[in-house]
Design a protein around this ligand. Structure first.
Ligand code: SF4
Length: 339
């Protein structure tokens, strides 16, 4: 039986119509599922017995099982069961809103040298429902609403492009979860053709790029994807996205001690993005017991920040959840006995 959460509104509508139900039934079902969050189709009050029976025989309404929930003041981290696998998601509780970081794959094939998640090779793509249900499951578990979503958990979202786009459709649909497109950010390591596809969707969903190095030589060492798509190609694609959407792009830059934190690196980064609708998000590195990299001192982070801030928009990511295995992939690694 497939999950009702796999279907976009348009898909549900066409399935219902081809089974002799009415177009407007799709709105009733979507409202029951996403607005009222019913736990059985029979609880959707305004639909016929035949439709209830059709839905119950063909679709499940199951949410994901929570394996582990680690909570701290500002951050909760969860391990969720997806079939025989597990994925992580992280809830960041800001004063103004709740943000959820969600995953798109089990494991990841991109092999970024500094990434804990990438230690497990990609096992499979998450389905549409498994992406959407991370949000719904945490909302139900914590009895909250999520206002912001960042798609930068485990996996490369553009390596699961079709499911990502359908999940975004459901999450942003006024008939579905209804989270504003501008409150969602997709982070990619730089799969250039998909950046163009994403720009052509004409969506207002934000885009972030994991850059992490300002030249090809260094970036190819840290991120194997750079051997396929060079920085210039990535920058051209980002400029195309900016022109299509008029949205500012976030450049993610994880600071690794003695690797990409020199004054020269700072100026190379400035030269790449100066004058463009881009903003740099500096990320202090979280080392683990397996790390070959070290965290920069506060002074170094501040020095790098100061150089950039003279020329471009820049911020340092506020650190949350360090006390609860905050680095991406650490919770699942510890669940599997690897940490
Ligand atoms: S940083 Fe992202 S793309 Fe790179 S290995 Fe980790 S999860 Fe994959």
């Amino acid at each position: 039986m497939s999950s009702i959460f796999d279907l976009t509104y348009d898909e549900l509508e066409s399935i219902l119509v081809s089974n002799n139900f009415k177009k407007f039934n799709a709105t009733q079902v979507f409202e029951g599922v996403y607005k009222k969050r019913v736990s059985s189709f029979s609880s959707i009050s305004n639909i016929s017995k035949e439709l209830k029976s059709f839905l119950s025989s063909n679709y499940s309404l199951d949410y994901l099982e929570v394996i582990t929930a680690l909570r701290s003041d500002d951050t909760n981290k969860y391990l969720l069961q997806v079939q025989s696998d597990a994925v992580e998601c992280v809830l960041m509780k800001h004063d103004y809103a709740n943000s959820l970081c969600i995953s798109t794959q089990v494991g990841c094939n991109m092999g970024c040298a500094f990434c804990e998640s990438g230690r497990l090779k990609k096992q499979r793509n998450l389905s549409v429902s498994e992406i959407v249900l991370q949000v719904l499951t945490i909302e139900r578990l914590e009895n909250i609403r999520i206002q912001n979503i960042v798609i930068m958990g485990i996996g490369e979202p553009f390596d699961n492009y079709e499911c990502l786009v359908k999940a975004l459709d459901i999450l942003t649909s006024p008939k579905g979860v209804m989270i504003g497109s501008r409150h969602i950010t997709v982070s990619t390591c730089g799969i250039v053709p998909k950046i163009y596809d994403f720009a052509n969707l004409d969506t207002q969903v934000n885009l972030a790029i994991s850059l992490h190095a300002p030249n090809d030589e260094l970036r190819s060492k840290l991120m194997p994807i750079n051997r396929v798509y060079k920085i210039k190609d990535v920058m051209d694609a980002l400029q195309y996205y900016i022109e299509k959407t008029n949205r500012r792009v976030t450049i993610e830059y994880i600071l690794l001690d003695g690797v990409n934190d020199s004054d020269e690196c700072a100026m190379e980064l400035v030269n790449l993005i100066r004058g463009k609708l881009m903003y740099v998000n500096l990320i202090p590195y979280n080392s683990t017991s397996h790390s070959e990299f070290k965290r920069c001192s506060k002074e170094k982070i501040n020095h790098f920040y100061q150089i950039l801030s003279r020329y471009v928009g820049v911020g340092v990511r506020r650190e949350m959840g360090k006390d609860i295995k905050g680095a991406c992939g650490q919770l699942r690694a510890s669940h599997n006995g690897n940490e």
